[in-house]
Design a protein around this ligand. Structure first.
Ligand SMILES: C[S@@+](CC[C@H](N)C(=O)[O-])C[C@H]1O[C@@H](n2cnc3c(N)ncnc32)[C@H](O)[C@@H]1O
Length: 226
């Protein structure tokens, strides 16, 4: 049994920490800011949803569901279909997820309730309808072992713990698997930017560019399958 604690970040939103990890689930400089900028915006998912292009997203490291919930809200607000696959090896306790998500979002009560249903029956083969536009399929297990469909996702949010904590997510074999799961020109958004990771992306078949980071991080990366 692991111990979790909620922490307030610099933009007033909450993140989570786990006693066996040296890092929080989101940036201490702003959890919601990081989710919105590094994942939703940099991946182009926000733009696709605003253009009402049906969109399929895979998240590696579903965690508290914050990246997911903000993406689902964007799909609802833009009346655009979203198919979301969240891969997670160890879901946090559901009461903690609820508390964090209720604090970090407004007018998402229905989505939070439905997410709780999905999280309490995570082995279900069927996707959960989170709002009129969004389905969520939770893939509970080790992302390194779960088979992924080919050319299935417009974007991947790579939100694993960092290289120092969980190095295998940032190395070519796993990145190749992610590359193949993306459609051509699909994007991989993440918060990491170091040279070793950039080299690994190239080896896995991605091109990449640096984008300005949110507070506390000068630059982040978005990579594209070519
Ligand atoms: C930085 S946190 C993710 C934060 C999350 N995206 C959110 O919005 O709350 C990293 C997550 O990766 C998960 N994780 C670690 N190893 C994993 C593995 N082998 N397969 C799938 N998920 C893993 C952790 O349990 C943790 O929830």
């Amino acid at each position: 049994m692991r111990n979790y604690s909620l922490q307030t970040t610099a933009d007033g939103s909450m993140t989570l920490s786990r006693d066996d990890k040296q890092q929080t689930y989101h940036s201490r400089f702003g959890a919601v800011t990081e989710s919105n900028e590094v994942f939703l915006r940099n991946s182009n998912v926000q733009q696709r949803l605003e253009l009402q292009l049906p969109t399929s997203v895979l998240e590696i490291g579903f965690g508290t569901g914050l990246n997911f919930l903000l993406t689902a809200r964007c799909a609802r607000n833009n009346n655009c279909p979203l198919t979301y696959f969240g891969c997670e090896i160890l879901l946090p306790p559901v009461e903690i997820m609820q508390q964090l998500l209720a604090h970090n979002t407004q007018q998402c009560e229905m989505e939070i309730d439905r997410l709780v249903t999905a999280v309490t029956a995570p082995e279900s083969e069927n996707p959960t309808l989170i709002n009129d536009k969004t389905t969520l399929q939770l893939l509970v297990g080790d992302a390194l072992k779960i088979p992924l469909p080919e050319a299935a996702f417009h974007s991947i949010y790579l939100d694993a713990f960092s290289q120092s904590e969980d190095p295998y997510f940032w190395q070519p074999p796993f990145l190749k698997k992610l590359n193949q799961a993306l459609v051509c020109d699909g994007t991989l958004a993440t918060y990491s930017v170091n040279r070793q990771f950039r080299n690994a992306l190239e080896e896995a078949g991605f091109s990449w560019k640096k984008l300005p980071g949110p507070a506390g991080k000068r630059e982040v990366i978005v990579a594209t399958r070519h």
